[in-house]
Design a protein around this ligand. Structure first.
Ligand code: SF4
Ligand code: SF4
Length: 97
């Protein structure tokens, strides 16, 4: 099966170093963990901004097997959104099986 890396269309975590104007610029993020939570495992805060400014981030891997979009620990959704949930950053496209 051919899979394409899903893009992150927006991310609310503006204090993440990879975030500029609600866009993720990490080449590929990892989603998931701990405890079956669809959190962005790549979230990172520093005073400096990083990532690749002319690239939109994608999902490189996802550990959330309990999501309907997950196939063999990869994300098969066409695209995802990332948002703030309680005190952390989650994939808002997560859908429980
Ligand atoms: S998706 Fe993750 S790595 Fe990308 S900007 Fe949001 S919190 Fe940061
Ligand atoms: S949509 Fe589901 S499979 Fe894709 S990154 Fe989010 S939690 Fe993982």
């Amino acid at each position: 099966m051919t899979m394409k890396m899903p893009k992150i269309t927006s991310c609310e975590a503006t204090n993440c170093s990879y975030n500029k104007t609600q866009q993720c610029h990490a080449i590929a993020i990892t989603v998931g963990g701990p405890d079956a939570c669809p959190s962005c495992d790549t979230y990172f805060h520093d005073n400096k901004k990083g990532g690749v400014s002319d690239m939109t981030g994608g999902v490189g891997a996802c550990k959330l097997e309990g999501c309907t979009h997950n196939s063999a620990f990869e994300c098969s959704a066409p695209a995802i959104k990332v948002g703030l949930f309680r005190n952390h950053v989650d994939c808002s496209t997560f859908q429980a099986r």
